[in-house]
Design a protein around this ligand. Structure first.
Ligand code: GAP
Length: 502
């Protein structure tokens, strides 16, 4: 799939499109339609269930999106959260300097200083992509959105969800009975005034993050109680030195200098992608960031990357960040409030391991990774955990009371499933529509509903069909969705009716 196809598919099938579209759109802002919103919420729910389930001391919180400017002075964002910009001397447009070079030379220039970028621009004769004018100035711009609050107080729209948990840490430490580790997670919006928003929902100015901040005792960074369960598990790593994917046992990752507490969480992140999101192994990797590329607050930094040909190959969808005590120390200093804790008979500043995910990038990736063209139409092979609907119900025809019977079936199923009802168009068209938004099973109510008290259930991926007794339908669907039975065992197999051509 290329990006133009993704754009068209997402718009046409109710996933996402530019915000304020009727006024020409506003660069970097997108709206999600009904199918996109369902998919996004399901990703968030699956993420929440999985990552908060890693430890009984992990919880979700909801801090505000606008925070005091001192929060971001303390965190380093006011001074350090900048992007390099090249300004055209002819048309005045500002472009992300590293992005223009990336587009022109097809390699990464992330982490370079304005001086280094200017040198490459001059050497390679790179011009303004809008008007071909000279790019004479390269400098940095802060990416945060300032906000005037009330009468003249400055705040910022948060550029990451992370600072909310940091400024709320001590309250939770007390609330959670003074134990470590503690995990505080936020699933919410982040705002960045990106110089050149692009690639649909993968680089926006308003986007959603799912982040988990794990506060732990730094003297225990080489420990994890669950280590035995992962030590032989293989991680797919792309180390900065080797520049190729290597499969490394967790145990051997320690010899590469990655702390045990960090490696255990890498294993859990990878398992989330393989076991819950059903991402094929060869489409996933952790990429190590070089010292120049690393975010200013990180000591160890591996990005989570998925292979997305529409964006040119492996692209970042998240990261595992060892932020040490950078943030808590900053807040302690500026707020003049001790952030140290007394635990394990010592007083110390906790360290932070951050699991950070961009929800929009993951949703985009789930669409691309599961998209398959079948002739002139498409099927989204989404896993059960994120498919917008689990089951669709239709009447075979809208007469002889079948529509009423189908509605009854739908009303029963919607109590326990994410179900949708449709009665518009031929059965073939209704199947296609559901395939395109990834609905797992379609239930068709035909004339046998009265005689034999059964219905047809069709499987999205194999297109096979079985007859299932009405009384068993909820139980069978539950087992199918939970992967407890194979489709062939769900009922009496029938020959698929050939759908009429569109
Ligand atoms: N708290 C750490 C942090 O914010 P980050 O690498 O800057 O780290 C985390 O952002 C994730 O947020 C990224 O991996 C990406 O998936 C997502 N993200 C970042 N900028 C984005 C943007 N402009 N549009 C969409 N998603 C973005």
């Amino acid at each position: 799939m290329d990006i133009a196809k993704m754009d068209e598919f997402a718009k046409k099938k109710g996933f996402f499109w530019p915000s304020s579209e009727m006024y020409g759109g506003l660069a970097g802002f997108y709206d999600y339609g009904s199918n996109g919103t369902l998919l996004k919420r399901k990703f968030e729910n699956a993420w929440r269930r999985y990552f908060l389930g890693l430890n009984e001391n992990f919880f979700e919180i909801e801090p505000s999106d606008i925070m005091h400017e001192k929060v971001f002075k303390a965190s380093g964002h006011v001074d350090g959260f900048v992007d390099p910009v090249a300004r055209c001397s002819k048309c005045g447009t500002q472009h992300r300097a590293d992005h223009i070079l990336e587009d022109f030379l097809h390699e990464s220039f992330e982490g370079m200083t304005p001086e280094q970028l200017k040198k490459v621009i001059d050497e390679k004769g790179v011009k303004c992509p809008s008007c071909k004018g000279e790019l004479k100035e390269v400098y940095v711009l802060n990416m945060m959105f300032p906000v005037d609050v009330g009468s003249g107080k400055r705040g910022y729209l948060r550029p990451e969800t992370a600072q909310g948990p940091y400024v709320n840490f001590l309250r939770h430490f007390n609330l959670l009975r003074n134990r470590l580790p503690i995990g505080l997670s936020v699933i919410g919006k982040a705002y960045r005034n990106e110089i050149s928003p692009r690639n649909l929902t993968t680089r926006m100015r308003e986007f959603t993050q799912a982040e988990l901040q794990i506060f732990f005792d730094p003297s225990q960074v080489e420990e994890h109680p669950g280590w035995g369960g992962v030590k032989n598990y293989k991680l797919r790593l792309f180390p900065d030195k080797e520049k190729k994917i290597v499969e490394v046992k967790c145990e051997d990752a320690l010899r590469m200098g990655i702390p045990k507490f960090y490696v255990w969480h890498m294993a859990k992140v990878q398992q989330f992608y393989f076991d819950v999101m059903k991402v094929p192994k060869d489409r996933f990797r952790f990429r190590e960031l070089s010292a120049e590329e690393r975010a200013f607050y990180n000591k160890v930094h591996w990005d989570i990357e998925l292979d997305l040909p529409s964006l040119g190959g492996f692209r970042e969808v998240g990261g595992v960040h060892y932020r040490t005590d950078h943030d808590l120390t900053g807040h302690q200093r500026l707020a003049n409030q001790k952030q140290e804790v007394f635990f394990n008979e010592r007083r110390f500043m906790p360290h932070i391991l951050e699991l950070s995910f961009g929800v929009d990038r993951n949703v985009y990736a789930m669409i691309e990774l599961n998209y398959e063209e079948e002739g002139d139409r498409a099927v989204l092979h989404l896993p059960a955990s994120v498919a917008p609907f689990q089951v669709a119900v239709f009447p075979l025809v809208n007469k002889d009371g079948l529509d009423k019977e189908a509605r009854k079936v739908f009303e029963t199923l919607r109590r326990d499933f994410d179900a949708v009802f449709d009665q518009s168009g031929s059965i073939g068209k209704m199947y296609y529509r559901e395939d395109e938004r990834g609905t797992f099973y379609c239930v068709t109510v035909d004339y046998d509903v009265k005689k034999r008290k059964d219905v047809t259930v069709r499987d999205r991926d194999s297109k096979r069909q079985v007859r299932v007794k009405l009384k068993d339908l909820p139980k069978i669907l539950r087992k199918l969705i939970d992967g407890e039975i194979r489709f062939e065992k769900a009922g009496k197999a029938i020959k698929p009716a050939k759908p009429k051509k569109k």
